[in-house]
Design a protein around this ligand. Sequence first.
Ligand code: DHK
Length: 184
Amino acid sequence: MLRPSVAQDSGPALHRESRRYMSVAQRQTEGPTIPVPTPRVILVLNGPNLNMLGVRQPEIYGRETLADLEAACRAHAASRGFEVDFRQSNHEGELIGWIQAARSSAAAVVINAAAYTHTSVGILDALSLLEVPVIEVHLSNIHRREAFRHHSYVSLAATGSIVGLGGRGYLLAIDAVAGLLDGK
Ligand code: DHK
């Protein structure tokens, strides 16, 4: 539940979201409050073939495995006061289901939709349902690659995008989430 003063705020949607997920300490400075469930979970979604990281074209995608990325995300998110729900699927519908569920379970979504980035209106539509920050990540710089990778449906629903920085991009996405939600 939101404090009425927050719900009636007419500021930009992004700012309303950052207040919705503000820390307990921040809320307490505003006086007595109704307890607000504050999900501190960042859903990190990975699309098709990212389960093959480490062996898949390492000159493009690097030598880190998906498990390495997950461990790095967990540690980095913990240092920012967040938990990570880290998932990968080769199936569009499964990714869409997870995005829909994030409406009630996640404070933000970080997504590397991999090949579905360039093809999936379904993933775009699901992301468009979200009212929380969405950060798009790609390990490679999709704009320096084949023309068919230059267009991203995910970008149309993303708060921001990070490309070309390898696994570090995921950690920067977590920093972006912390900045958007906690003002850090
Ligand atoms: C990963 C993929 O699997 C590709 O299909 C995308 C993206 C790029 C990445 O760089 O992380 O085109």
